[in-house]
Design a protein around this ligand. Structure first.
Ligand code: UDP
Length: 143
């Protein structure tokens, strides 16, 4: 299996629900290691840029407003098939469709306020990691 890195965001709703530790613990207990981490409050410009791929979607403005509504916890997770593994742990975008036991089934409020973000491909993972972290902030695989 390929060792990969992926970008995770614990969104403002989950930070507000005080479940940062619960979510990180799911990553760790499922073979993902935290290689970089910080808590930040995004500016409007940063949230717009991060979600630029959705700029033409009807939910874009609400998504940006939601993402700037409070602090988020951003991390780089590493492990075998980390991108797919993280998305499996997250569950479906709409928590009503998320499998039982997934992060979104347990902690998301709605399709908008859905607790977590995870990169969806190696290309977006690389872009999203670089969006938040420089190379000195992401620790080596064996560190
Ligand atoms: N989103 C939303 N309404 C929708 C679809 C998506 O508010 O109808 C938000 C939601 O927060 C989602 C994000 O836009 O996590 C990005 O959507 P995407 O389809 O990429 O889902 P994800 O990869 O986060 O599961």
């Amino acid at each position: 299996m390929a060792t990969e890195q992926t970008l995770s965001i614990i969104k403002p709703d989950a930070v507000g629900k005080n479940v940062i530790g619960e979510i990180l613990s799911r990553f760790e207990s499922n073979g993902l290691r935290v290689k970089a981490m910080k808590m930040v409050r995004l500016t409007t410009e940063q949230a717009k840029a991060f979600y630029a791929v959705h700029a033409d979607k009807p939910f874009y403005n609400d998504l940006v407003e939601f993402m700037i509504s409070g602090p988020v916890v951003v991390s780089v997770l590493e492990g075998d098939n980390a991108i797919a593994k993280n998305r499996e742990l997250m569950g479906a975008t709409n928590p009503k469709e998320a499998d039982a036991g997934t992060i979104r089934a347990d902690y998301a409020t709605s399709i908008d306020a859905n607790a977590v973000h995870g990169s969806d491909s190696p290309e977006t993972a690389a872009e999203e990691v670089a969006f938040f972290f420089n190379h000195l902030e992401v620790f080596d695989r064996d560190a």
